[in-house]
Design a protein around this ligand. Sequence first.
Ligand SMILES: *Cc1c(COP(=O)(O)O)cnc(C)c1O
Length: 400
Amino acid sequence: MAATNLPRRPVYLDYQATTPVDPRVLEAMLPYFGEAFGNPHSAAHALGREAAEAVEAARASVAAVIGAEPREIVFTSGATESNNIAIIGAARFRRNYRERRDHIVTVATEHKCVLESCAALEREGFRVTRLPVSRSGIVDLDRLREAVTAETALVSVMAVNNEIGVLQPLADIGAVCHEQGAWFHTDAAQAFGKIELDVESMRIDLLSISGHKAYGPKGIGALYVRRRPRVRLEPLFHGGGQERGLRSGTLPTPLCVGLGAAATIAREQGAEELRRLARLSRRFLEALREGVPDCIVNGDPDVRFPGNLNIALPGIPADKLIEGLPDVAVATGSACTSAAVEPSYVLRAIGLDDAMAAASIRIGFGRFTTEAEVDFAADSISRRVAEIRGQSRTAGKPAA
Ligand SMILES: *Cc1c(COP(=O)(O)O)cnc(C)c1O
């Protein structure tokens, strides 16, 4: 008879991989897939102007979330593209024009697209420093200060880690960069609309955004590019010169509108949502600790986005755990590297050995997560852990 309280299944707890599109976002987008189909770059007639106005309103909404001006926002296809344009574009510009800065600083736990953009620059002759992190997953400011010099073109440090959820001290990093005249880029794919971001007080020069991590559609993102003092990038694409020449090509009006709507909702509700996620996260962890007292939160336990918990369940291989949990959608390691069955490089970087990394799961809570779902997930995971431990105890008994 308890069935009425049971959540819809599978319970989705993988909000770091992607978020569902908010129904209000979908509603806002629909007209632009239909009758309002004009090319936003065709200013000669009303249909084009209607699309252009919608795109510009969306741009202003995105800018408002991070304390930027609308014209500092460049629409892209997502955070992968934003990170590439920012990192490669900034590095090439700064080396080629007068300054001869040819050094990049980043962190070992960045997203693959940041690390691979840096690796591509290394093949072009740039020097790249990849800072290690401690057990907390948080960058050491003294090491950062030592690494950043007058030859550093760019420092790229993410806002919220996509695997372990820890927050990097953006304002402190921004201050270090500023002292040396290095530009500061932050991959804010997991942070935009979720935690407070302010490009002025944090001295951020470039900031990457992804629509589908923030209840918007997939295939859209944005890059903030500071205008004062001016940050210049070498474009990666060449064409009609749209988006300040940084991102030639016709903008996808419905997707831009969707990102704008997602930004507006985040600005209105983000603070309250953060408090709700903190309550959900505490509730989940308390329940899980009752069932699995030896579970460990990976990364700093406090300096984190509460919608992300990365948890090691000692002795329980995550793939085996998940195999028996069809009603709970959680992640092992990072989705982006899941093609290879390697332990997560982020978990390795914070000092976990292969066995502990393989025994870790990522649990993501978000806007549509309910208390009933959280309770159901904690209970299901606890039961499954007990089941696996029971099996291995039996299997471990010496055959008499
Ligand atoms: C998801 C994610 C990306 C990639 O974003 P896309 O919009 O899917 O290209 C980059 N960085 C971080 C931290 C992410 O979580």
